[in-house]
Design a protein around this ligand. Structure first.
Ligand SMILES: [Zn+2]
Length: 132
């Protein structure tokens, strides 16, 4: 295995080991860009890239592509039907994931709300009115 040929931000030669079939290391090879983004996403905050909405958008593209191919005769109707079912399954996963995530966020917000209510030094009898 060779050394990565990329130049680092500091201007020096990267010390990484080049991956197979490339003269760049894992972090410099553009083919691994997606993997890296995925890994970064996993460790990162919720939201941002890779949201279910963009996953659904991507699946929509696949459905359309598949439909075009079936209509153009590039894909057998039976193969297309099976692929469509599988894509449907993928869509259901994204959708369920989205619902779960919304629930989690809702619960988090409610807990934050409850906490802020508990923390607030309220006069429980007062109800917002000033009593004389
Ligand atoms: Zn490198």
């Amino acid at each position: 295995m060779g050394k990565c040929t990329a130049i680092t931000r500091g201007g020096g030669r990267c010390r990484g080991v080049a991956i197979d079939g490339s003269d760049l290391c894992y972090s410099h090879d553009p083919d691994h860009e997606q993997d890296r983004l995925r890994a970064a996403r996993k460790g990162g905050k919720r939201g941002g890239r890779g949201r279910p909405s963009s996953e659904l958008q991507r699946l929509k593209g696949r459905f359309e592509e598949l439909a075009d191919k079936v209509l153009a005769g590039e894909v057998e109707r039976s193969d297309g039907a099976v692929a469509g079912q599988l894509l449907s399954g993928a869509r259901a996963c994204v959708r369920d994931g989205l619902a779960a995530k919304e629930q989690e966020e809702l619960i988090e917000r409610m807990e934050a709300l409850e906490k802020s209510l508990e923390d607030r030094p309220t006069d429980r009898r007062g109800g917002g009115y000033v009593r004389f």
